[in-house]
Ligand binder design. Structure first.
Ligand SMILES: C[S@@+](CC[C@H](N)C(=O)[O-])C[C@H]1O[C@@H](n2cnc3c(N)ncnc32)[C@H](O)[C@@H]1O
Length: 415
């Protein structure tokens, strides 16, 4: 573990948290946190009454209890292993299932070592280690570096600025040609103004303002670079890219400077029990002359990767138009990238006529899907005289350029 910086009280506290005494305090803090149902005042008094911790130690242990709860509930991270976390580090951490997919690709391409230049709390590092790779992880922040060393004891942790040419040259010298440099640049500046509601620093969209900047990553003098970028990243030519989604949200654009997949662009859909990869190809999607008995909402990672035509062809479906995010067919889909809706009827005429028709068929509550058209769900609900509700679904989209409105029912796959 890197030595604590004696002038940094936060780093000293971080090292205490990683010690057996600090870990015992975290266990006690998790107990009182749960007993106090997450009330920080009650939990703080209970912890101080039952231990001899200083106020700073008690506060640090309780913060770990709160962050571990958040890690489990919001990020799917197993925090029972005594992970040490920071608020910003948790926001930036890769979800374990996504990190596992990346680590397996890197392992399968013949690497034995990974140099993780932006280790953070070590979620990617841990996945590389679990895949059987040996890992050197670099982290410049003293607190995060201490937590990284605690969270990933099998990694060699280097507390340094990875962009320091002397540091970098020494680390790259240890790699073989099949080994991989991994970079997950920080996209939120910890000192930037915070969002009032979430207390999170806003993410930076310009890849040149990431730390390290994208141009620095792209110029690294090593053959195999893997990087994690923002979902909206414009992956450069010559790099393979995978847009990864979890729970129908694109969580990252993963890029690789060498071939890791059959296609240069693909979508990766990560669910609890499987990873589905949909490779983009150059074929255009067949356009349906009319909507069929079913509409299928396509995962946004497939759209970002340009893989909708390939998915349509593989599933025997047709598109609704070149820009549409829907497919249509005659049966429900059994694919993690598709959510199916049974078409009840196509609503005709003006909003007033559609409103009357909905009333006539007894629909008073619905959810609105209108990603392909310029419309706000709240306004559509008002125009159609509906309340928000799960009973029915009204889909506004385009069929070969013409706006259409469809009344549909959500398909519940039998498990
Ligand atoms: C997005 S986080 C990495 C998250 C990590 N992949 C995970 O899943 O836990 C980026 C980390 O890189 C660190 N960092 C940013 N610039 C750095 C640099 N020049 N050298 C070393 N570390 C750096 C930040 O302090 C931050 O902890």
């Amino acid at each position: 573990m890197p030595a604590p910086d004696p002038v940094e009280p936060a780093a000293v506290l971080a090292h205490w948290l990683a010690s057996p005494a600090g870990q015992d305090a975290c266990v006690a803090a998790e107990r009182v946190w749960s007993d106090a149902a997450g009330d920080p005042l009650r939990a703080g008094s209970a912890l101080r009454a039952s231990t001899a911790l200083s106020p700073a130690e008690a506060a640090a242990a309780l913060e770990q209890a709160a962050l571990r709860q958040q890690a489990r509930e919001r990020h799917g991270i197993d925090a029972d292993t005594g992970l040490l976390l920071t608020r910003d580090g948790l926001e930036a951490a890769t979800r374990p299932r996504v990190a596992r997919h990346r680590a397996e690709l890197v392992r399968a391409s013949g690497a034995a070592r990974v140099l993780d230049l932006t280790g953070g709390l070590g979620l990617d590092t841990a996945a590389f280690l679990a895949a059987g790779l040996s890992v050197t992880a670099v982290e410049r922040d003293p607190v995060v570096a201490a937590f990284l060393a605690h969270n990933c004891p099998a990694a060699q942790v280097v507390r340094a600025d990875a962009t320091d040419p002397a540091v970098l040259a020494g680390l790259l010298a240890d790699l073989g040609p099949a080994d991989v440099v991994f970079v997950d640049p920080a996209r939120r500046d910890p000192s930037a103004p915070r969002d009032l509601g979430t207390a999170r620093a806003r993410p930076e969209r310009d890849p040149e303002l990431w730390s390290p900047p994208w141009s620095w990553v792209a110029a690294l003098p090593h053959a195999r670079i893997a990087a994690k970028a923002a979902p909206a990243f414009a992956a450069p030519d010559g790099w393979q890219a995978q847009w990864v989604s979890v729970d129908r949200t694109v969580v990252e654009c993963a890029v690789y400077s060498w071939p890791v997949a059959d296609a240069d662009r693909s979508a990766v859909i990560v669910t609890d029990d499987r990873v589905a990869v949909i490779a983009a190809d150059a074929i255009p999607a067949a356009i349906a002359p009319a909507i069929g008995g079913w509409l299928h909402e396509v995962d946004p990672a497939v759209l970002r990767a340009g893989a909708l035509p390939a998915l349509a062809a593989a599933e025997g479906m047709q598109g609704l138009g070149p820009e549409s995010s829907w497919l249509t067919g005659e049966s429900p889909a059994d694919h993690p990238a598709l959510r199916s809706f049974r078409v009840v009827e196509r609503l005709q005429g003006s909003a007033r006529e559609q409103r009357a028709r909905l009333r006539a068929v007894g629909v008073s509550r619905a959810s609105i899907k209108c990603r392909d058209v310029r419309a706000q769900p709240g306004q559509v609900l008002r125009d159609l005289g509906l309340a928000e509700g799960p009973d029915a679904v009204v889909i506004l989209t385009r069929l070969d350029g013409t706006a259409i409105t469809v009344l549909a029912e959500r398909y519940q796959a039998r498990s």
